[in-house]
Design a protein around this ligand. Structure first.
Ligand code: PGA
Length: 256
């Protein structure tokens, strides 16, 4: 399986800044066949970047979209509008869940709409600090994985990526802590078991599972070698071009 390195730019960069960043990154990195590099700019920059991107080197992801294809939904953009522009879409990021109150019902509709529009969903799941402290991690992960994938058939499950992002490890969380490799391994194993029970063993092995939470060039190697982890979802460190390029380099080294 390929390794996936996703840069989630969140609400950062003007269209001009995003365009310059992409230009420089494309010049800096070679075409790595076994590392899929993906950047997720703001929705506003997607169109510009899609005209400029070298799709042999990297791909674009949206950070969010609405599940209905068209209609009276002021302020939204749809997955059908993203077709031909973005290949991936981050869905259910903890900032969407907790700031914008998206629940598993909303998220499952988005995952379904993404798959229907041939955009690969990157479904984010992860427990909060207090859920972990109360021993609820496994239940939360199970609910989010099963809830998020409820509308995905056996035939389509290999078109989905899952990102495990413990909320307490995300750098923007107050007093964020680094997740330990064995903590990640345990949850990734659980996610594979949930997938196996729902879709069968062979299929479960084909779903890429990424890790995210304060990833940077110095811990990327350790996180990429956690059993069952197929890539990284990077926030803060992806805003610094040299750091993001270094993480891609680490992924390439780990792969070979
Ligand atoms: P971080 O963000 O790398 O800044 O912790 C990751 C994310 O929120 O996806």
């Amino acid at each position: 399986m390929k390794s996936y390195i996703v840069g989630n730019w969140k609400l950062n960069f003007t269209v001009g800044e995003a365009s310059i960043y992409l230009h420089k990154l494309q010049k800096k990195i070679p075409n790595y066949r076994d590392v899929e590099v993906i950047v997720a700019p703001s929705a506003l920059a997607l169109q510009t970047l899609s005209l400029q991107i070298d799709r042999h080197k990297m791909k674009l992801a949206a950070q969010n979209a609405y599940h209905r294809d068209y209609g009276a939904f002021t302020g939204e953009i749809s997955f059908s509008q993203l077709r031909g522009i973005a290949d991936y879409c981050i869905i259910g990021h903890s900032e969407r869940r907790y700031i914008f109150r998206e629940d598993d019902k909303v998220i499952q509709k988005k995952v379904e709409a993404a798959v229907r529009n041939k955009i690969t969903p990157i479904l984010c799941v992860g427990e909060t600090e207090s859920e972990r402290a109360f021993g609820e991690t496994a239940d939360v992960i199970r609910d989010q994985v099963i809830g998020g994938l409820a509308e995905v058939s056996e035939e389509d499950i290999d078109k989905v990526i899952i990102a495990y992002e413990p909320v307490w490890a995300i750098s923007s969380t107050k007093s964020a802590k680094l997740a330990a490799p064995d903590e990640i391994a345990e949850v990734v194993k659980l996610i594979r078991k949930i997938l196996k029970d729902a879709y069968g063993e062979k299929t479960a092995e084909n779903v890429p599972i990424l890790f995210g939470g304060s990833v940077n060039p110095s811990n990327a190697g350790a996180y990429l070698t956690v059993p069952g982890v197929n890539g990284l979802l990077v926030g803060g460190s992806s805003l610094i071009l040299t750091e993001f390029a270094d993480i891609i380099e680490v992924a390439k080294r780990v792969k070979s």
